[in-house]
Design a protein around this ligand. Structure first.
Ligand code: FAD
Length: 536
C-alpha cells in the first residue's frame, strides 16, 4: 500500500496544519500510513550559523512535536540528519512513499529555494506527488503581486485593496486519530539511546549533530537553561497568557509605548514560536482579531495586527530583492533596496575588529548597549527597541561598522532569526534602506533611562555595575573613583571605559550618511530609486 510522508519544515506544530491534514486524508482514502519526518540539515538557515540557545530551542520543539504525536495520535516524529535531497529519497524508497506534503517555504532564503527545487525535481523523477501548502505567512506571497510598494504606507494601502482574504486557520481536530497503534512505529529506524542529549529514538548520531553545536561543547549546552523553551506546547501557553487573557492590553498595544528594558515581557514574546512555526501566525492574527471585535483598538503600524503586517511586508521585500538579483537581500552588493555606504568591516583592521568584538560581547563601556548584547547572548531574545539601540550603535550611530556584520551576529544568536525580517530591520536601522532619517540617532545614555531610570535592567545583565548609584548607572565612568571603589567596580579595570565618545562619533557619522546619500543621489542607479521610494 503506498504511504504518504509529511515533511515538517518550518511549521513545527499540530494546530493549523493543512498539509498534514491532507496527508492523513490521502492515507485514509488509501488505507496507507503517514510518516511524519523532520530533516536536521546542518546547512539550512536555522542551523548553519546557530547559537547553542537556538539549537536547543529547535531540539526542544522537535521533542515536543514528537511527544504530541505519540500522545495524541500514537505516532511519532522521525528525525533524520543530512541534506533533504540525500536522505528523503532513501526514505521514500524504504517506506514506498507515493505522496509528500509540506509547508511552503516563502522566505526567499537562497539555500531553502535551491533545496526545495532539488527535492521537487527528485519527487517528480520518482513519480511522487508533492503538495506544498502556504501556512507560515498570513497570505500566499504571490497574492501580493510582483510589484509590492517599497514603503510600509504603500504596503498598507495595498493591504486595504487585497481581494485575497487572510487564510483562516485550519482546524486541526480534523486530523483523524490514528487508531492503529502500530501505524507509524517503525522500530527499525530507532537507534540505541544516543549521547546527544536527545532522549527519543532518532536516526541522528552524535557525529551528525556536531556541526550543529558549533559554538560550545555538548556538556555546556545541556546545562544551558533558557527563559524560552521551544515547542508548540510552550508557544500556545504563551499565546494564551500573553494575548488571549490580556484583552485590554491587546486592544491598547502600541509598539513604541512598550519598554526595551522591561525585566518581564512588554510585547507578546512570540516571535521565536512564530519563526519556527510552533505557533501559526494565522492563529495569532485571528486571536487578536477576535479581541479587536470587543472594542476600540490601536491601528497599524503600531498595533499587534500592524506587527504581523510588518512581517508580511518584510517577507515581500526579501522576495522582491531576490527576484531582481538572487541572494542579494542579505547583503549590500547587488541589493537594489540598499543604499551603498562606505561602512567599515571588522576585517579592515585590528581597531575595527576590536570594536566589533566589544559590541558583540557586551563590552563597549556603554552599560545599556552591553546589557542588551549580553541578554541576546544569554537568552537569545531581546526587545525590538533594544534591537534598535544596538543596531544603531554598531552602524550609523557610533561605530560605523557594516550592518551586514551586525546582521550575522543576530542571525546566530536570535531564537527568532529570520532571513527576511532580520535583514530588513538591519537595512532600516542603519538607514541603508527604507528608513532615511539618519539625524534621529539613539543615545546609549538617554534612551534606556526613559523607561528604566533606576537601571534595574543593567544591574541584571551587567552585574559588575549592580551597586552603582542610579545617577551613574548609564554613565559609570563619571562616578568619582572613591565611589567606584566603594561599589566594587573600577571603570577601566573591572568594566571597560566607553570605546567611543558617543557625542563626537554620532555627529561625525551623520555627516558620513549625508555625504553618502548626496553621492548616490548624484550617481543614480538602483540606490537612487530606492531612496526615492523610501522618501515617498
Ligand atoms: P510583538 O511586538 O509582540 O509582535 C507580534 C509578532 O509580530 C512578532 O512575534 C513577530 O512575528 C511580528 N513582528 C513584530 N515586530 C516585527 C517587525 N518589526 N518586523 C517584522 N515582524 C515583526 N524579528 C524576527 O522575527 N526575526 C528576526 O530575525 C528579527 N531581527 C530583527 C533585527 C533588528 C535589528 C530589529 C530592529 C528587529 C528585528 N526583528 C526580528 C523584529 C522584532 O524586533 C521582533 O519580531 C520582535 O521584537 C519580536 O517580539 P514579539 O514577538 O514580542 O513581537
Amino acid at each position: 500500500m503506498p504511504a504518504t510522508m509529511h515533511w515538517f519544515r518550518r511549521g513545527l506544530r499540530l494546530h493549523d496544519q493543512p498539509a498534514l491534514v491532507k496527508s492523513t486524508q490521502i492515507a485514509k482514502e488509501t488505507g496507507a500510513k503517514v510518516y511524519p519526518v523532520y530533516v536536521l540539515d546542518p546547512d539550512c538557515y536555522q542551523l548553519l550559523r546557530c547559537s547553542v540557545n537556538r539549537a536547543n530551542f529547535l531540539l526542544e520543539a522537535l521533542r515536543d512535536l514528537d511527544s504530541q504525536l505519540r500522545v495524541r495520535y500514537s505516532s511519532r516524529l522521525f528525525v533524520v540528519a543530512g541534506k533533504p535531497q540525500d536522505v528523503l529519497p532513501q526514505l521514500w524508497k524504504k517506506w514506498g512513499i507515493a505522496a509528500i506534503t509540506t509547508d511552503a517555504d516563502q522566505t526567499s532564503e537562497p539555500y531553502a529555494l535551491s533545496r526545495d527545487a532539488a527535492v521537487r525535481e527528485l519527487a517528480k523523477k520518482n513519480s511522487i506527488q508533492m503538495l506544498e501548502v502556504v501556512t507560515e505567512t498570513l497570505r500566499d506571497m504571490a497574492s501580493y503581486g510582483d510589484h509590492v510598494p517599497e514603503t510600509y504606507g504603500g504596503f498598507t494601502k495595498l493591504w486595504g485593496t487585497m481581494k485575497t482574504p487572510i487564510s483562516k486557520e485550519v482546524d486541526t481536530p480534523t486530523l483523524p486519530p490514528f487508531e492503529d497503534k502500530q501505524l507509524l512505529a517503525d522500530k527499525t529506524f530507532d537507534i540505541p539511546a544516543d549521547a546527544c542529549g536527545i532522549p527519543w529514538p532518532t536516526t541522528v548520531s552524535r557525529d551528525q549533530l556536531t556541526p550543529i553545536w558549533n559554538r560550545a561543547d555538548m556538556e555546556a549546552a545541556k546545562k544551558k537553561t533558557s527563559r524560552h523553551p521551544g515547542g508548540e506546547t510552550e508557544g500556545l501557553a504563551r499565546l494564551k497568557q500573553h494575548v488571549v487573557e490580556r484583552k485590554q492590553w491587546v486592544r491598547e498595544f502600541e509598539k513604541p509605548k512598550t519598554s526595551p528594558n522591561s525585566l518581564g515581557f512588554s510585547t507578546t514574546a512570540l516571535s521565536m514560536y512564530i519563526g519556527l512555526g510552533c505557533v501559526s501566525p494565522r492563529r495569532l492574527y485571528w486571536e487578536v482579531d477576535k479581541i479587536y471585535k470587543t472594542g476600540a483598538h490601536a491601528q497599524p503600524p503600531v498595533s499587534l495586527h500592524g506587527q504581523l503586517m510588518w512581517r508580511e511586508f518584510n517577507i515581500c521585500m526579501a522576495r522582491q530583492a531576490n527576484r531582481k538579483v538572487p541572494g542579494s537581500w542579505g547583503q549590500m552588493a547587488g541589493n537594489y533596496l540598499c543604499r551603498p555606504m562606505p561602512w567599515k568591516s571588522p576585517t579592515d583592521d585590528a581597531a575595527t575588529a576590536a570594536q566589533y568584538a566589544a559590541w558583540r560581547d557586551g563590552k563597549t563601556g556603554y552599560p545599556f548597549v552591553d546589557a542588551i548584547m549580553r541578554q541576546l547572548r544569554q537568552e537569545g531574545f531581546i526587545h525590538h527597541l533594544g534591537r534598535h539601540m544596538v543596531a544603531c550603535f554598531l552602524t550609523r550611530g557610533d561605530l560605523w561598522i557594516s550592518w551586514e556584520a551586525g546582521a550575522r551576529v543576530f542571525e546566530e544568536e536570535l531564537l527568532d532569526a529570520d532571513y527576511a525580517v532580520n535583514n530588513f530591520n538591519w537595512l532600516w536601522l542603519s538607514c541603508s534602506g527604507f528608513f532615511y532619517q539618519y539625524f534621529r540617532c539613539y543615545s546609549p545614555i538617554a534612551f534606556g533611562k526613559k523607561t528604566d531610570p533606576n537601571g534595574d535592567y543593567i544591574r541584571k545583565y551587567v552585574p559588575e555595575l549592580k551597586s552603582f548609584d542610579k545617577k551613574y548607572i548609564y554613565e559609570p565612568w563619571r562616578a568619582p573613583i572613591v565611589d567606584q571603589k566603594k561599589w566594587g567596580c573600577v571603570i577601566g579595570n573591572d568594566y571597560p571605559k566607553p570605546i567611543v565618545a558617543h557625542d563626537v562619533a554620532s555627529k561625525a557619522n551623520m555627516s558620513k550618511v549625508a555625504s553618502a546619500y548626496a553621492a548616490f543621489k548624484d550617481g543614480g542607479g538602483g540606490a537612487k530609486r530606492a531612496a526615492e521610494a523610501a522618501d515617498g
